[in-house]
Each structure stands twice: as C-alpha cells, then as structure tokens.
Design a protein around this ligand. Structure first.
Ligand SMILES: [Mg+2]
Length: 461
C-alpha cells in the first residue's frame, strides 16, 4: 500500500464571516475539523494542518484528532509559504501528498480515495479532480515533485508544475463538489446542498443495540426504554442486544430487562463471550481444548459451543473480564501462549466503569499477557468486526439495512462504521456533546436517548 499524506492549507484570514472561516459550523463540527475528518477517513497519513491567521483560536477546534498542526507565521505573503511549511513536515516514506484547502466542505473521503487510486494506477506525477474539463483542488503531487513545490513563490501554487509535468484528472459531475466557502452566500448554498444528503431512518430493518448507557445506567432504566421496544415491535424491526461485557449470561440480561417491564428472549442477547464462542466455532472443531480465563458468561458460552476446558492441552487461550485477577491463571495463560496456543480476547475495553470510577477492564488483562508473551490477541468485541458480524448472521441481516445504536464512539459507532452499518449515537451514556464535537468518529444520527430514537423510528415508518 502506498502511503499518501494530506496537507490541509488553512492559514487564510478571511474577515467576511465575523469569525475565522475555519470555525464555521458544518453539521455540528467546525468546518476545518470536517475537512480534516474526511482526510482521516480516506486513510491519508500523516494529516498535516497548516494554520496562519488566528492560529491560536482555531487550533482547539481540531480537538484530539491525530493530526500534526503547524503555524505559518508568513501566511500573509501568499499560499506558497503555507506549502513550504506543510512540505517540511512530511516524513520521507510518503509516496506523495494531497494538498487540500480547509474550506472545501464537499470534498469527501470518497473523492480523496479516488485521487489516490488514480495516482496508483496511472503512475502520473499529479492527479486532481475536474468538472467539465476544468481543473480543481485538492491536488495530489508525487514525492519527486516536492523539491519543485518547495521552490514555488507567491500565490502561484501548483499551476506551473502542472504545465511542466502534465496531470491526470478524476472527473466529478457537480461543480459544487469543488467549490470553496468564500462568501456567506457560498456557505448557505453549500450547507443546503450537504443537508439534503442524509439517509433516512425508514431504511432501517435491523438494529444492533448496545445496553449499558443506552437501555440503562447501573440499575436504573433510561428514559423511553419501554417505548423503544414497543416501537420496534410495532414496526416489525428485528434486533439483537449486544454488549462488550463478557462476564454475564444472556439470561441475566433478559432478567434485568424483565425487571424494567421488557420481555426479550436470551437468544436476542449477544455478549462478547457468546460472540467469541461463535467465532471460535468457525476456526476450531467441536471438542477442541481451550483455556478460558474470565467470568461465568465466558465459561458457559464456550461449554455450550462444545469446547473443553484444559490447562495443559489447550490450543486457544481465551481471556474475558471478571472482577479480580488470579496470578496462577495468568501464569498458565502465559505459558500456553508461549507454547503456541492462539490468544483470543473477548473485548478490548481498557477500563470498566464503577461507581468509584474506572477500574482495570479486559483490555488491561490482555495487555498484561501481551507484555509477557509478545503476542497480540485476536479481539472479538466492538469495535472489531466479529461481534457485529455474529449479530448480523443471527438476524440474517445485511449491513446496509442495519443500524448500530450505542453510547460510545470508539466501540459502538466505530464498529458500525467499520462494518458498513448505519450508526446512531445516544448521549445518555459515555459520550458528551463536547467529546462528539472533538472526535473524528461521526455517527449518522445523534439522539439524546433511546426515547428520542423511538420517536424518530415511529415517524420514519
Ligand atoms: Mg455502552
């Protein structure tokens, strides 16, 4: 795979908007952050952002995104000064770089990916989009042109290089895709364009629903719980309740829901232990000896799936979460992995929430064994695809007609995006509006809680 970097040029000091243009709202995130998210989503790496005017005010808008932010103190001297600053930050291993403007909101990750694909298949030194033969930005330059780019002066940009070296175009069918936000009129027009795009909830036929922070918090049901399940039944929507927690049994979750007045059969509850047992059935025959460390949920799931616990013959070491940590179990697990047993983790969560605060989660248990053995585990729970795949399999569902609902961006929503389902974030658990705004992981829809989701689903029907 070729590594292509992104340089986002956002040094300009436009005064037409009453505040830095880079901070204009774009579907709940600052415009510049939106452009950066598309570059990250396209797999460009590293992503370098060049700021200039108002750099100190703009920088916080990028939140915790994994980007390198540089300041061009000479931004007023023209675009080329920002090009130079961006080029200086690129590591030697990149094969080229896409130079994006920070104010082209309709340049999507898909367009960026097609520029890279065209670059790889054509071997051209320069690739750019074009509408009806008219060249547009962003432009991808091969590494061998970087010295020439570094010699560009004033506001010339890459024009001279394109004339000297020729270029290959990726055609687009809409001029707005290449438009930038120069005036408040542009901003209004492009916002209206983008707003008409979102898919609608009536496409949903199946749901994968996270539980903690979505259906309840601790021992208290969250608002709209019964209404949510009533709506699913009325609309004939199929669902699986899926949790990364591996310590409990599906029957225990069903019993908890019954206390809240909702009947769900245990077969519609998928724990990461159940998903791990299902995954193991696809790679290991019935009766395979395994060594499992974890709670009752894990031991029962493996037993029901036909695996046999053994601390001497095990071909798989499977680690799930339970309160407490047993030294002898860690010793046995380490030695088995050293001797060649496959290492599997039910879920990657680094911490486990308790009323006192976060305590070591299953990710911490896996890290202990990984440090000891030098072997990385195969992890089944969210955001890895195995658990969501098992949920789809149980429902006979396709990702395109399925929505994943959860309260965590890094597990529930990232897992859904990875598998190509629709995604719904609820703000009743781990994610605040502030963490959402600062994250590069974007759900398709955001609702306050499951009650609001029920309303929207009822109306979409
Ligand atoms: Mg949750």
């Amino acid at each position: 795979m070729t590594t292509i970097a992104a340089v986002v040029l956002a040094a300009g000091g436009s005064t037409r908007f009453g505040r830095p243009k880079q901070l204009l709202d774009w579907n709940g995130v600052p415009l510049l952050a939106h452009v950066v998210d598309e570059a990250l989503d396209a797999g460009l790496a590293p992503v370098v952002v060049v700021l200039g005017a108002h750099a100190d005010a703009i920088r916080p808008a990028l939140g915790t995104r994994p980007v390198q932010v540089l300041t061009n103190y000479r931004w007023a001297e023209g675009l080329s000064t920002s090009l130079h600053v961006g080029l200086s930050a690129l590591p030697p291993e990149v094969a080229g770089a896409v130079f994006l403007q920070g104010d082209q909101p309709l340049v999507s990750a898909a367009l960026l990916r097609s520029l890279v694909a065209r670059f790889e298949e054509s071997g051209a030194a320069i690739v750019h989009p074009a509408y009806e033969g008219r060249r547009g930005t962003p432009v991808l330059f091969a590494r061998r042109l970087f010295p020439e780019l570094a010699a560009v002066r004033g506001d010339e940009g890459g024009r001279g290089l394109i004339e000297r070296h020729g270029s290959v175009a990726v055609p687009v069918d809409d001029p707005d895709i290449l438009a930038d936000v120069d005036t408040p009129e542009d901003y209004r027009r492009l916002r209206a364009r983008a707003g008409s795009a979102p898919v609608d909830l009536s496409r949903i036929r199946h749901l994968i629903v996270d539980m903690d922070g979505v259906l309840w918090r601790g021992d208290a049901p969250l608002p709209g719980l019964r209404e949510f399940f009533d709506t699913l039944r009325r609309r004939g929507l199929d669902f699986i309740l899926a949790t990364n927690n591996s310590s409990r049994l599906p029957e225990q979750y069903a019993a908890k829901l019954r206390r809240f007045g909702v009947e769900v059969p245990p077969s519609q509850v998928l724990t990461s232990s159940e998903a791990t047992a299902a995954y193991l059935q696809t790679v290991a025959p019935h009766g395979t000896p395994v060594y499992a460390v974890g709670g009752e949920g894990l031991h029962r799931a493996l037993e029901r799936a036909g695996f046999v616990q053994s601390d001497t013959e095990a071909r798989y070491v499977i680690v799930g979460w339970e309160m407490g940590l047993d030294w002898e179990q860690m010793v046995t697990a380490s030695l088995l992995i050293h001797a060649g047993a496959e290492f599997i983790g039910t879920n990657p969560d680094p911490s486990y929430p308790t009323p006192r605060g976060p305590v070591p989660g299953n990710g911490a248990r896996l890290a202990l064994l990984e440090a000891t053995t030098g072997v990385s585990p195969v992890v089944v729970g969210k955001p890895e695809p195995w658990m969501y795949r098992e949920a789809l399999r149980r429902m006979g569902a396709s990702p395109e007609r399925t929505a994943a609902i959860g309260d965590r961006l890094t597990t529930d929503i990232a897992g859904g995006r990875r598998l190509g389902t629709m995604t719904i974030l609820v703000l009743s658990g781990a994610t605040t509006p502030e963490t959402l705004a600062a994250s590069s992981i974007k759900p398709d829809w955001v609702f306050a809680d499951i009650g609001e989701v029920a309303h929207a689903l009822a109306e979409a029907g």
